[in-house]
Design a protein around this ligand. Structure first.
Ligand code: BG6
Length: 478
């Protein structure tokens, strides 16, 4: 049987705002993530108007990667990582988003960071923005509901593409660009596009307006990047949670098929360079007024991505008999969602479905026929440090092993073209949806708790050596 390609990008993924800390250092401005408090499995994170003195904002210090990056990258190198996925915090480069000049100290930080990776032969895989829009753009421009923000984003992209053109080859434009489709949880629109829906507005129209501007910004950035360095590989990045029908009732098959438009809308535009008919029909049917300007079709057609990056954690199930509720779910919820009776869930209620990863890889490959990249996958759980400093995380190892097995089947058996695998939170970090530290994904433990206490000391978990061996054997020994 053939194997994974030799140049397969085994790596680890994080996001600037979830690890860096140093939120106001060296000229960095506040981002949308810097006004978000801690929530919990059943408690939404609060978005405050400004940074309030008596509130705790977990991203302000995060795991202080800003000051620990050398030590952390040394550990990544010891693990054998070939790729490290992170983002460039937009507000280190343009503190307010509309500044006339970029902030040199911010640019220098990423120069140093990428040099440190390259020193060990670790390929940086960079997301232009991972929920890090300057707060000023969200507050005073209305985020991506305002077309001016498109130009400001493209300028930011141009500055970093030019600066790092010889250091970074793999890029993605917007992290989990499709999160905003779940506008029932205000955190998703806020972090994706800096938008808050006002009373009396049609949230779907607001969402699609911001979505259109984000898609235009992504397409313009892709085109600009290719102009700066034709060898760049620039991808999209979507959150992918496949939606299954509960059973073989044709009504459920069709419901699941239609629900999947929630997942395909963004990659359909970014990969194919045009709006899918089902979306145009929806705009027409529901009378949604989306500001698509003359020339936009051309922009989308000229900004197709080279590959599709995606996160995969779980799957969903729908049943047309399910009762719809207005209940807001911190983790996101789709209409007609029900539990899957065949699989278990994590402590945070995320369905554990390794086969769904192979299914996803096949569906994406069949639909798009461009290289795929699993840029997030992982298991959020509570970890315990034993008295001797060891951390045993067999459940995490099991989760990753089973997903890697399915990934290998997709490549070796099904022939899917896959660039790499960068599991999420290779080092413990602040959870995006809840703001907790307690929900840990890492193979490296960080001594820091939900209230911001701890020494920031780094410790290896059992999964550290396990993953190191997986990489050494190119996935032959799991
Ligand atoms: C994705 C995001 O949603 O999943 C990450 O791209 C996030 O930013 C990750 O951290 C895991 O989600 P959570 O809510 O468990 O941190």
């Amino acid at each position: 049987m053939s194997k994974l390609p030799k140049n397969f990008l085994w790596g680890g993924a994080v996001a600037a705002h979830q690890i860096e800390g140093g939120w106001d250092q060296d000229g960095k401005g506040p981002s949308v993530a810097d006004v978000m408090t801690v929530g919990g499995p059943n408690k939404l994170r609060e978005i405050t108007d400004t940074v309030e003195k008596d509130k705790f904002y977990p991203n302000h210090e995060a795991i202080d990667f800003y000051h620990h990056y050398k030590e952390d990258i040394r550990l990544f190198a010891e693990m054998g990582l070939k790729a490290f996925r992170t983002s460039i915090n937009w507000t280190r480069i343009f503190p307010n988003g509309d500044d006339t000049e970029p902030n040199e100290a911010g640019l220098q930080f990423y120069d140093d960071l990428f040099d440190e990776c390259l020193k060990y032969g670790i390929e940086p895989v960079i997301t232009l923005t991972h929920f890090e829009m300057p707060l000023n753009l969200a507050k005073n421009y209305g985020g991506f509901r305002n077309r001016k923000v498109v130009d400001l984003f493209v300028r930011f992209a141009e500055v970093v593409f030019k600066r790092y053109k010889d250091k970074v080859k793999y890029w993605m434009t917007f992290n989990e660009i499709n999160n905003m489709m779940d506008y029932s949880n205000p955190v998703f629109l806020w972090t994706n596009v800096g938008v808050q829906v006002k009373a009396g507005e049609n949230p779907k129209e607001v969402m699609y307006t911001a979505a259109h501007h984000t898609l235009i910004a992504s397409a313009l950035a892709v085109a600009k990047g290719k102009e700066i360095n034709p060898n760049f590989q620039i991808g999209a990045m979507v959150s992918h949670v496949p939606i299954y029908p509960l059973n073989a009732d044709p009504n459920n098959i069709m419901l699941a098929e239609e629900s999947m438009h929630l997942r395909y809308f963004f990659p359909d535009v970014q990969v194919r360079g045009k709006y899918p008919n089902y979306a145009l029909k929806e705009f027409e049917r529901e009378g949604l007024d989306i500001p698509i300007l003359d020339g936009d079709e051309e922009i989308l057609a000229n900004g197709k991505v080279d590959y599709l990056g995606f996160s995969y954690y779980m799957s969903n199930v729908v049943d047309f008999n399910a009762k719809e509720t207005d209940e807001i779910n911190v983790q996101g919820k789709i209409p007609y969602q029900v539990d899957n009776p065949y699989i278990s869930v994590s402590d945070w209620g995320w369905a554990i479905d390794p086969v769904g990863l192979r299914y996803t890889l096949n569906r994406f490959w069949d639909r798009y026929q461009i290289p795929l990249f699993i840029v997030e996958n992982g298991f959020g759980a509570v970890d315990t440090v034993e008295t001797d400093g060891t951390i045993h995380d067999p459940e995490r190892i099991d989760y990753l092993r089973q997903h890697i097995q399915e990934m290998i089947k997709a490549v070796v058996h099904d022939g899917v073209k896959l660039m790499g695998y960068t599991p999420w939170g290779i080092i413990d970090l602040v959870s995006f949806s809840t703001g907790e530290m307690k929900k840990r994904y890492g193979m490296i433990y960080v001594d820091r708790d939900n209230e911001g206490n701890g020494t920031m000391k780094r410790l290896k978990k059992d999964s550290f050596d396990w993953y190191k061996h997986v990489i050494e054997t190119n996935g032959e020994e799991l």
